[in-house]
Design a protein around this ligand. Structure first.
Ligand code: FMN
Length: 397
């Protein structure tokens, strides 16, 4: 793997890495970098690759409180941590305070997590239509109840709870400052803000000014910034722009777990960056696939799950369209080996084409909301009665 030291002029030079370790309750994260939870991506296999590259906190895929309480096999796959993974970071999604409380109690009483993050950021219609994810903090009482239930359930074992949220439903219905203050007041250990509304979905650019505004308002606990960090330089720029206490990185590390090495270097004040040639990328793809087979226990399933990673890994490298397409249909390790052997493994790092935006993008979407959701900031009796039913087995976003 090529590690290069980039030379920068005085004008371009990123601000010195000056952040102290991130404190999340009793946990100390020396490099203030968090791998964003991503459903279908941040499983134990991918987290291992990220961990081996850098330093930080690596959040597992989201699980729904209801599925966990019902002990679904899929929830237990999600929270199956490797023995050397410390801290074990779990994200829970839920809309019913009682179920969220029960899920967090299960996690801490059975010693299955060292950190619990609550998802209030999901913008997908099947979630927001039920009042969940990014549109939930609009109901102030419900938001407070869920956060309080989680904090109280985690407290006996000293497990910190954090909140991850978006700016609000849309620009006319912003909730993040109020939700941040409520979360702080309810005893959460940190709040993270993705600088987009539910209506923004993944479009446009993340609003880092909103992260700065949250940092100004929430003064007693760390504020983490999230959105559009594609490089270590972006991470430093976000810190400089917002004053945030740490960064949360999602799509930027898809197909690029070595970004965590760049982030660790940058926060340590070093200019060293990983610039892998295609041979190195091929080695990481192979290892990722092996780890996925270990994780899923089935080669077929693991390789199907690997398919989406292929375009991310190959982004920017010269690989023919037909070969790329075959990578996207790979179904066994043997087939993967054949495909990797067809790559020009001497190809050097391509620079800009491998950098910048990757993964989900798209255009704004009008959020789907439960009937009458915007009429009041408090929960209606009717919706309250349906809460226990309102949680679906959803997968993140
Ligand atoms: C494939 C995918 C799955 C995601 N799943 C979750 C999730 O389960 N929980 C969550 O809070 N956010 C989820 N997100 C949002 C990310 O955690 C993150 O907030 C968002 O991508 C913005 O950060 P980024 O610009 O660094 O990607 C997901 C994003 C993607 C692209």
């Amino acid at each position: 793997m090529a590690r290069v030291t980039t030379t920068t002029t005085a004008d371009q030079r990123a601000p010195a890495a000056v952040l102290p370790p991130l404190r999340i309750g009793p946990l100390q994260v020396d490099t203030p970098v968090v791998l964003a939870p991503m459903a279908g991506v941040t499983n134990a296999a991918f987290r291992r690759l990220c961990r081996e590259s850098g330093a930080g906190l690596y959040v597992a895929e989201m699980l729904t409180s209801r599925a966990l309480v019902e002990r679904s096999p899929e929830s237990f796959r999600i929270i199956a941590f490797e023995p050397d993974e410390v801290p074990r970071s779990v994200q829970v999604y839920g809309v019913d305070p009682a179920t969220v409380g029960a899920a967090v109690r299960l996690l801490v009483e059975e010693d299955r997590a060292d950190h619990v993050d609550l998802n209030f950021g999901c913008p997908v219609p099947k979630v927001t239509r039920r009042g969940g994810g990014a549109v939930l903090p609009w109901k102030r009482d419900l938001f407070r109840s869920i956060v309080t239930a989680a904090v109280q359930a985690a407290a006996p074992r000293g497990v910190p709870v954090t909140v991850k949220m978006r700016k609000g439903i849309d620009e006319d219905h912003l909730t993040f400052v109020e939700a941040g203050l409520t979360a702080q007041d309810a005893g959460v250990a940190a709040v993270a803000l993705h600088g987009r509304t539910a209506a923004d979905y993944y479009s446009g650019t993340a609003d880092w000014d909103a992260i700065a505004a949250l940092k100004e308002a929430v003064t007693d606990i760390p504020v983490l910034g999230n959105g559009d960090i594609w490089s270590a330089e972006d991470a430093l720029a976000m810190v400089a722009h917002t004053g945030c206490d740490g960064v949360v990185v999602g799509r930027g590390c898809q197909g690029r777990p070595w970004l965590f090495a760049d982030l660790a270097a940058a926060f340590a004040g070093s200019d060293e960056r990983v610039r892998p040639g295609l041979g190195h990328v091929a080695g990481v793809v192979r290892r990722h696939a092996e780890l996925m087979v270990d994780h899923f226990g089935e080669e077929d399933k693991a390789l199907r799950e690997m398919r989406k990673h292929m375009a991310w890994y190959l982004k920017g490298y010269v690989v023919g369209g037909e070969l790329r397409a075959r990578f996207g249909l790979v179904s066994s390790l043997a087939e993967l080996d054949d495909l990797l052997a067809e790559l020009d493994l001497d190809q050097l790092y391509p620079g800009a084409p491998a950098e910048g935006q990757r993964g989900r993008a798209g255009s704004p979407k009008k959020p789907h909301l439960p009937y009458g959701w915007l009429d009041s900031r408090e929960l209606s009796d009717e919706f309250r009665r349906d809460l226990a039913e309102a949680e679906l087995s959803v997968s993140g976003g």
